[in-house]
Design a protein around this ligand. Sequence first.
Ligand code: 13P
Ligand code: SF4
Length: 326
Amino acid sequence: MISKSDNSKPVTFTNEELIERIFELKKQKNAVLLAHYYQIPEIQDIADYVGDSLGLSQNASKSKADIIVFAGVHFMAETAKILNPGTKVLLPDLEAGCSLADSCPKDDFAEFKAKYPDHKVISYINCTADIKTMSDVICTSGNAKEIVESFSEEEKIIFAPDKNLGGYINNITGRNMVLWDGTCEVHDILSTEAVINLKMENPDAKVIAHPECKAQVLELADFVGSTTAMLKFTMKDPSKKYIVATETGILHEMQKNSPDKEFLIVATDETCSCNDCPYMKKITLGKIYLSLKNETPEIILSEDVIKKAEIPIKRMLDISRKMNLL
Ligand code: 13P
Ligand code: SF4
């Protein structure tokens, strides 16, 4: 549940004025701005921390700020609240949801889970707090393989909600997890045709892909990994050109870290050269400013949900720490 407010009213400040005010308010209120790599460049550039879902969870759990402003989507802000319940967590736009999290409603999942009473549940972090309360452990794309492999091969497992990531992990680990039928609309839409066409035009480019993409796209990739893993790969790999099968926002950090390299996004249609997540892109500088000023909309979760959901998330962070993934 999120408290109501309207941060969509147009603000008349320039970007420079907004940034100045955001910095003033952050200082005055002891607030931090956490941003996912899929945010617009202007937001990434002023954030206190920019990262993938795993890095953001770790950062939120350690934060000493009084307020966390989350430039990301619902499930990320909820995770921050669960890991840091004493902190006020703000999500600047109520509409910043996630098709993947929405694909797994709690009652339907409870029914599904009941069909497999002897199975453990591993849930991808891109799910609601309610689904987290029904899970044994959470994973992100940055640690999914290691989390799955922390269970013995005999263990029966349900993986939810992303069937593409779950299928990919089944493939590389030889497991046979039962998959919930959910997808991310931003990654699942990417086609093999689009990747092949780009590769034909740019035979010298390497293909890098996020595991939320379809199996056929992943098969064409030279490297598959989480947002941070892809970024690190482009920083150390000797190639000069990459075909990037994920959300457009990550190109900003890739280009910043490797200014001499070229990055080509796999677009969803021929009329643009982007693949934007419509939910991530709901967050703007104006909404961040209003959110900080008015301290709304705030993420509110019941004590019971926080208590139950923090167990599988902390389990994930513990395993990740032990495996040096953090
Ligand atoms: P990561 O940030 O973990 O790579 O996940 C990508 C994503 O789709 C976030 O919504
Ligand atoms: Fe959800 Fe996909 Fe957007 Fe990530 S990119 S927030 S998984 S819809």
